[in-house]
Design a protein around this ligand. Structure first.
Ligand code: FEO
Length: 165
């Protein structure tokens, strides 16, 4: 496969793997703070990111490239608040969207129309991921700290799809 594309897809493996670890760190912290619903949402999100990483890995290998399993930096151990967790999720997803868009740009530059077609799945996925993070932040604003118990119970309603779907 095109070497420049392969490099950028491998760089995306790093990002999707880190996303998974970041959400796992958030899940673990929220679980230890007693937010079982929120942690459930974040554990599921971490699994989904792992699947995003695997899709890239198989695509690179299927196209006669070589997927590289990266060393990862450690995500934070604790977080300031639930609000900050979801602000970080939203900011992180926006950075992932920018990164996917760079891959799309390169597929045009390199005339790699197969990868261009294949990466559209991620383009659509990012629309969904940003939307969900924004909705959760809106809901948090509406419910406020006093209703955190209900928010924690309700958050799984924001999972519209199954892991790996
Ligand atoms: Fe795999 Fe949340 O982007």
């Amino acid at each position: 496969m095109n070497k420049k594309i392969e490099e950028l897809l491998n760089a995306q493996i790093v990002k999707e793997s880190y996303s998974s670890n970041l959400y796992l760190a958030m899940a673990s912290w929220t679980e230890s703070e007693g937010y079982s619903g929120i942690s459930q949402w974040l554990y599921a999100q971490a699994e989904e990111e792992h699947v995003h990483m695997l899709r890239l890995l198989h695509y690179i290998n299927d196209r006669d490239g070589r997927a590289i399993i990266p060393e990862l930096k450690q995500p934070p151990v604790s977080f300031e608040s639930i609000q900050k967790v979801f602000e970080e999720v939203y900011a992180h997803e926006k950075s992932i969207t920018a990164s996917i868009n760079k891959i799309v740009d390169l597929t045009f530059e390199e005339k790699d129309y197969s990868t261009n077609q294949w990466i559209q799945w991620y383009v659509n996925e990012q629309i969904e991921e940003e939307k969900t993070a924004r909705e959760i932040l809106d809901k948090l604003k509406l419910s406020g700290l006093a209703n955190m118990y209900l928010f924690d119970k309700d958050i799984m309603s924001f999972r519209t799809k199954k892991v790996g779907a």
